[in-house]
Design a protein around this ligand. Structure first.
Ligand SMILES: [Mg+2]
Ligand SMILES: [Zn+2]
Length: 177
């Protein structure tokens, strides 16, 4: 069983410019391809878990979300990087998958046979760190500046690459031991 890096999308892998339903608006953040390559080299599946309530709000539809994901994957591929899967929640409430609820992670673990106990969460918002805390996983907060009112992350990283380097150097091997 492989462990997973559960990765937030907007503000973690790509610029968060609000509700994104247009694939031409993809801007991969600096260092992200290198961070994703390092996770793979260390044996982690790279699983995107993203709240996309723009669907429930009527701003765009599921095919638009999937087009954005194809565009993100193409941008990553041009830098020699990839993710293994995308899970997204289209809801606003009354679901079991909107982060910080664990539904997307649980589904990924079941569908892909992941080793949850050795996994990790990367994200830029309190909801991502609450997801990690609820699952008992390390939470790495990336790129956050200013007021933060979520659970204390294991590490506050400048960006995903900084967070991945910290995790692989200081945490991953201890979990393996
Ligand atoms: Mg985010
Ligand atoms: Zn949901």
């Amino acid at each position: 069983m492989n462990p997973a890096a559960f990765l937030d999308r907007d503000g973690t892998l790509m610029e968060d410019s609000g509700y994104i339903g247009d694939p031409s608006r993809i801007r991969v953040l600096a260092g992200v391809p290198e961070a994703l390559r390092a996770l793979r080299a260390a044996g982690y599946e790279r699983i995107v878990v993203t709240n996309q309530s723009g669907v429930a709000r009527g701003y765009f539809d599921r095919p638009d979300v999937e087009a954005v994901h194809r565009s993100l994957s193409a941008a990553l591929a041009s830098d020699g990087a990839a993710v293994e899967a995308y899970y997204y929640c289209t809801h606003l409430d009354a679901c079991a998958c909107r982060k910080p609820l664990p539904g997307m992670v649980e589904r990924a673990v079941a569908e892909r046979g992941l080793d949850l106990a050795r996994s990790v969460v990367f994200g830029d918002r309190a909801g991502d760190m609450a997801l990690a805390a609820g699952l008992g996983l390390p939470g790495i907060l990336v790129g956050k500046t200013g007021v933060y009112d979520g659970p204390e992350p294991l590490y506050r990283a400048r960006d995903l690459l900084d967070g991945v380097r910290f995790f692989l150097q200081h945490v991953a091997e201890r979990i393996d031991a």
